[in-house]
Design a protein around this ligand. Structure first.
Ligand SMILES: *Cc1c(COP(=O)(O)O)cnc(C)c1O
Length: 326
């Protein structure tokens, strides 16, 4: 890898066997606890942000702008990291109605972010332009903001999960286990891209399954392929990328981004009550529900040892608590 990073996350994150799910499904399921990367910065985004903030500091920016949904884990982690480094932050949040101050959005406020809003339509069609506009306005006031795209899913960010694979390979040696299949939730594609590239770069031949939490597999294959291409400039040797072996399962995205079906919430309850594992309703809950159903249907018989990457999202559970039935 041609770029370096800051150290912001608690790494390496532990890998633990899932007792209940392994027994229940007759598979060997391990979980990499990237929900343990920190408290304020917890989850997968901080691995990407370690690389992004290195560039931000080296290039002399004094703040960052990013964007996401109202309960975006990425925005919250970005704001927390920026504040901890003495940088300013602006988050452009997608809202359909006046938001309640709770969960990640509460923390964005607590960590001192400047909050801006856009409509779902503006978000879809022009979020990057809107962030650029904010950056230009700020530059007239003497500020110098770096724009981080949704989910930090771009070439630099992708290096965070490139490095995570190298961490996993070291842990395989320590634990004496080989993980044949890696499973992860996919929301903007950067996590999948990093895993994919490192798998190719190191010729590991692992199967990597991304469970889409919104959109469809065609959309994500295109997104991930785009991020892969951007990332190549940070690698010191050629990597043979193709669209064909990007594996995205979009059967479990349910009724849309950050929206939950009763069966998904029941599943989160089941896993919490059987093994005290907290899944979030937006990402890991859907991805694990997908893995569970695919295993039940007998579709993971050849998957070998499976490593599910728990990408975090805990703060997004609390704004949904009223939808759970006890
Ligand atoms: C953002 C996020 C993901 C998805 O990662 P992408 O790189 O955006 O695909 C998964 N889980 C959680 C908890 C997230 O916040």
């Amino acid at each position: 890898m041609k770029i370096t990073k800051l150290r912001l996350a608690n790494l390496p994150t532990p890998i633990k066997k899932s007792r209940f799910l392994s027994n229940e499904l007759g598979i060997n399921l391990y979980i990499k606890r990237d929900d343990y990367t920190g408290i304020e910065i917890s989850g997968n985004k901080i691995r990407k942000l370690e690389y992004v903030f290195k560039k931000v500091l080296d290039s002399g920016f004094n703040g960052v702008i990013t964007t996401g949904g109202i309960q975006s884990n990425h925005c919250r982690a970005t704001v927390a990291a920026a504040t901890s480094l003495g940088l300013k932050s602006i988050v452009l949040l997608k809202v359909a109605e006046a938001p309640k101050i709770e969960g990640n959005f509460f923390l964005d406020n607590l960590f001192g972010a400047q909050i801006r809003y856009c409509t779902p339509e503006e978000y879809r069609t022009s979020r990057n332009q809107l962030m650029q506009d904010i950056a230009s306005q700020e530059s007239k006031m003497g500020n110098n903001y770096f724009v981080i795209p949704e989910g930090a899913s771009f070439g630099i960010g992708s290096m965070g999960y490139f490095e995570a694979i190298e961490e996993i390979v070291r842990q395989e040696k320590e634990l004496g286990i080989k993980f044949d299949t890696i499973v992860v939730a996919t929301g903007s594609g950067g996590t999948y891209s990093g895993l994919y590239l490192a798998n190719k770069y190191h010729k590991l031949n692992k199967r990597i399954i991304g469970f889409a939490v919104c959109d469809d597999s065609e959309y994500f294959v295109k997104q991930i392929d785009g991020i892969n291409k951007e990332s190549l400039e940070y690698l010191d040797k050629e990597v043979d990328i193709s669209r064909e072996d990007i594996e995205i399962n979009d059967k479990y995205k349910g009724i849309g981004y950050a929206l939950s079906r009763p069966e998904e919430l029941e599943f989160i309850k089941l896993i919490a009550s059987k093994e005290a594992l907290l899944l979030d309703p937006v990402y890991t809950g859907k991805a694990m529900y997908g893995l569970y159903n695919e295993a039940k249907a007998g579709n993971l018989k050849d998957a070998g040892n499976i490593l599910f990457i728990h990408t975090g999202g805990l703060f997004g559970l609390f704004p949904k608590q009223d939808q759970f039935v006890f």
